[in-house]
Structures are given as C-alpha cells and as structure tokens.
Design a protein around this ligand. Structure first.
Ligand SMILES: [Zn+2]
Length: 378
C-alpha cells in the first residue's frame, strides 16, 4: 500500500476534482424537509457511488431520503462512514450565497456542513479503489437526509447500521490542525407546560395563574445548571396569556438543557420532573416533556482511534489536535450503541450555519490523505 508523500501527491492531484464535485452538490439546494432537493442530491450520489462499485439503496421518507452505499471487500473489518445531505439553508439561498472560491476558501450553503464530508469520503473510497485496496469486509456509507433537525427520520437507521459495524467515522468538518472531534455534549429540548384556571384579573383568587406557576418552575429550573459539571439549564422561550385583564390558564416554556454525561442528564431530568409534579400555585398542573439527544463523552475507544489518526498525520509531517464540541451531531446517537465512533473527519471548516460557512480548500489534500489511510489502518 502506498503511503507518505506519493499518496499525498495523489490526494493533491484530486483536489480540483473534489471541489468540482462539491460544487455540484452545493448547487442542489437541500434544506431539511425539502424532499425534492434531497432526493435529487441522493440521485447524483447514487451515480458516483455506483461508479465505485457500490451497491446503493435510496430510502425516501416524508421530507427527504437516506442513501446507503455498500462496498464489499476481501477482508473482515466493517467500517461505516456517515455524512448528511441536508443543510440549514432555505431554498433560494444560492442567489445571494452561491458556491464560490475566494482566497483559497470555498463558500456556499452546506459546503462544509456536510457536503464537503460527503465528497471527501467519496474520494477516499476512490483512492482505495485506485490502489486495488480491498482489505475490508464492508464499507458502508450512509448519507442521511435530516441531520439538521435531529435525524428523526434517520436515527433508527443510523443506530441499526452503527450496531453492525466495527467503527463509525462521522464526516462533519474538522477544526484547524486536522482537529477531529472526540466528544460532544448532549442536548435536551424540553417543554414545560402549565395548565391553570382563567378568570377576571380582579378576582385572581378564583383562578389559578399559569404564568405565576411558570415563574416558579423557571426559577427552580435555573438552579439545576452546574458550571463545574458543564451542565446548563436555560429557559429560552416563554408564552402565556391572551389579554391583559384575565388570569392566564396556560403557560408554555422551552428549555435548552446541555450536559456532558448521562449521569448529569439523569440528575437534571429527575429534578425537573419533580418540580413539575409539585406545583407551588394551587390549582395548576405542570407537564414536563423532553426530547433528548444523548451525550458523546470522551472515551477510550474514540481516544484510541484518535491516536491512530495522529500517527497517520505524522507520516506526512502533520499534526492532529483533537477537539471536543458542545454541539451535537449524529455521533451522539452512535456512541450509546457501543460501536467506536469519531467525528470531524472532513476537511477544515468554519462559520457553519451562516452565510460565511466555508471550508479551507488548502486542507483538502492532507485530510483526504488522513481519511484514506485511516480506512486502511482501522
Ligand atoms: Zn449543521
């Protein structure tokens, strides 16, 4: 197997092709939920994966489509690559934020979150094929279509496939210096709803003020943040009342909950449910609902993968400085399956989810080298 400078030169030679294919993907708008665009993107990918000899299965769902490409090798390892086709950018974004390259940086909606990762993964597979490398059992490439809203329609598939593989590589953008992501915080999206009893504001004692109870709930919830444990519980959006002269019978508050470990999640949610079960304003009832995205904490399996990646970058005289991130990705759903997972394996990106979302085109060759060699060494 080729490695070191000869392989890096091949990666460098591919950079223009990587950018051309990235342009094709960016120029198909794929906001989450826009089935037509996401399906069109997946059909382009189907052609590219089939050219590599992969078996491709596109599975449409309401508002999008997932694509599973699988390559069969002659070895035993089962590796999975994961990237998403959807973006946070509304239809029509290309008109003011087109695909472009300026000063060595590539810009355009979704160019690094996560279309750059899709293309980098494709070219890593292309390099393996070009070298006749088949020492793997299976390489499965899942391109899901709803990551940006929490992978509701693809989560079961992600978890099922991850459970059948020996390692999962998530192709979100890397940070500078090949910074792969070794841990991510968990996110809980909670809603507190208070039901009370309305009446004229001047006869307040005959009603049950939902807004007042919500105030109690909010002040209790804020005590659950723990700076040392890096947990936060923040009430962010609150609505109550229809008119100024009536006691409100409903109040709804959204709560953003961040945590690093499952224990912290359990601590916070147990306490929040307890507050909900014991309202302080007589006559009110409180519901606590949470949609939880598990934490992807630092762990030995991911650390071992990172060490391997560091050694690979050393082959070309480069470093790899791992990072952790507060934001969630699909890696958060994979970690609980027990399959080793590492994230941030695309090329370097910045300002995701903004009109200035971009990628460092100069980092493509070394990242392509890192990913290709990683697939061989895992
Ligand atoms: Zn994103």
């Amino acid at each position: 197997m080729e490695k070191g400078m000869p392989l890096l030169q091949k990666c460098t030679a591919y950079t223009e092709a990587v950018l051309n294919d990235l342009k094709t993907l960016v120029e198909i708008e794929t906001p989450t939920g826009y089935a037509e665009g996401i399906l069109a993107e997946q059909k382009v990918l189907r052609t590219w994966f089939e050219q590599l000899g992969a078996i491709v299965d596109i599975r449409p769902f309401d508002g999008g489509a997932n694509l599973i490409a699988s390559l069969k090798g002659t070895g035993t390892k089962k590796l999975m690559l994961l990237a998403h086709a959807d973006t946070v950018f509304k239809r029509g974004t290309l008109a003011h934020n087109p695909y472009r390259i300026e000063n060595g940086k590539v810009y355009g909606p979704g160019c690094i979150d996560c279309k750059g990762g899709i293309v980098l993964g494709l070219y890593a597979l292309k390099l393996l094929k070009g070298q006749g490398y088949t020492d793997y059992g299976t390489i499965t490439f899942l391109v899901n279509g709803d990551e940006e809203t929490g992978s509701d329609a693809s989560r079961a598939l992600i978890v099922e496939l991850a459970g059948k593989h020996d390692a999962v590589l998530v192709l979100e953008a890397s940070k500078k210096n090949h910074g792969a992501c070794l841990a991510r915080g968990g996110l809980g999206q909670a809603t507190v709803t208070v039901h009370g009893v309305t009446c004229h504001a001047c006869r307040y004692e005959q009603g049950a003020n939902a807004l007042e109870e919500m105030a109690h709930q909010i002040l209790q919830l804020r005590t659950l943040s723990d700076k040392e444990a890096q947990s936060s519980v923040s009430c962010t959006v609150c609505r109550s009342g229809e008119v100024a002269n009536a006691i409100p019978d409903t109040a709804v508050c959204q709560v953003d909950i961040r945590y690093k470990t499952q224990q912290e999640y359990d601590r916070i949610v147990t306490a929040a449910r307890n507050f909900a079960e014991h309202p302080l304003v007589p006559g009110t009832k409180v519901e606590f609902f949470i949609k939880a995205h598990p934490a992807f904490p630092e762990n030995p399996a991911t650390k071992a993968m990172a060490d391997k990646l560091k050694a690979i970058y050393a082959e070309i005289g480069e470093s790899m400085e791992p990072v952790t991130s507060p934001g969630i990705s699909d890696a958060n759903y994979i970690y609980p399956t027990g399959t080793p997972v590492i994230d941030g394996l695309s090329f370097a990106g910045f300002n995701s989810h903004s009109d200035q979302e971009g990628g460092d085109a100069a980092s493509i060759p070394s990242h392509l080298y890192g990913l290709t060699r990683f697939l061989q060494e895992l």
